[in-house]
Design a protein around this ligand. Structure first.
Ligand SMILES: Nc1ncnc2c1ncn2[C@@H]1O[C@H](COP(=O)(O)OP(=O)(O)OP(=O)(O)O)[C@@H](O)[C@H]1O
Ligand SMILES: [Mg+2]
Length: 249
């Protein structure tokens, strides 16, 4: 279970998150929607442990324990995984090598046995096939020259391989063509389960037809201003965010 309590975050003295309270219980999928600049990516980065952010108040608990003192790799090992809105390119590191290293370092941190190279290759290739990641992409540098949609699929492949308890997806749907949206959504849905929580950040109700959330939260000006069921996403599609901007002003 992920619990965010009265979280206040600043960047260079500028407040960006202004008291976020959010709980994602085990097994649930929650969506976050909200206008550009409302703080959705900032929230996802702070959960994942990216530095450059000052947490001035509040706490983030994963399974009852604060993760604020943990570095990003420790958080991944603890099961908190973020699929980036803008995945970075790492030239010089073959994607396959990157994935193998990531899997084994996470397994090691979790006191699990390392996988042999053949077992690892089999695992990666079968997951890659399900997400329509082409074998030659695994030989290229991580994300180097990948199209926007290919990068997003690579994020979901990493997520599937690292077996996290908490998956955060930041606009995984943006830039995907219709087939890729379906493939990625099926990949995400295959990961849904009683032991896994998910936080899905999106601008489009359309994604939530595929990945049906238990709850939808609206974020505005660094706060959660409304929470509802999946129908809230449909209402937003009709009415936009004007109502919440006024509330925030
Ligand atoms: N490093 C930074 N320095 C200064 N301002 C920042 C920094 N990072 C984020 N911000 C500001 O914080 C606010 C929230 O940004 P964030 O990326 O979290 O929004 P978002 O809700 O993800 O928007 P979008 O829907 O466009 O992805 C924005 O006004 C942004 O300019
Ligand atoms: Mg964002």
């Amino acid at each position: 279970m992920l619990e965010i309590k009265n979280l206040h975050v600043e960047v260079e003295g500028q407040p960006i998150l202004n008291g976020i309270d959010l709980t994602v219980p085990k097994g649930e999928v929650h969506a976050i929607m909200g206008p550009n600049g409302s703080g959705k990516s900032t929230l996802s980065y702070v959960i994942a442990g990216k530095d450059d952010y000052d947490i001035t108040k509040g706490d983030i608990l994963w399974n009852g324990e604060s993760i604020l003192e943990m570095d990003p790799a420790e958080r991944v090992a603890a099961g908190v995984f973020l699929a980036f809105q803008y995945p970075i390119e790492i030239p010089g590191v073959a994607t396959m090598t990157f994935l193998r290293t990531a899997i084994n370092s996470v397994r090691k941190a979790r006191d699990e046995e390392e996988l042999s190279i053949p077992d690892m290759m089999k695992l990666i290739q079968s997951q890659a096939k399900q997400l329509a990641v082409k074998p030659e992409m695994l030989k290229r540098g991580l994300n180097v020259g990948f199209s926007g949609g290919e990068k997003k699929r690579m994020e979901i492949l990493q997520m599937a391989l690292l077996n996290p308890g908490m998956c955060i997806l930041d606009e995984t749907d943006s830039g995907l063509d219709i087939d890729a949206l379906r493939i990625v959504s099926e990949g995400v849905n295959a990961l849904r389960g009683p032991d896994r929580s998910m936080l899905v950040i999106t601008h489009y109700q359309r994604l939530l037809n595929y990945i049906v959330p238990d709850k939808v939260h609206v974020m505005s000006d660094g706060k959660i201003v409304k929470t509802g069921g999946k129908e809230l996403a449909l209402e937003l599609e009709e009415s936009g965010y004007a109502e919440y901007d006024e509330d925030a002003a």
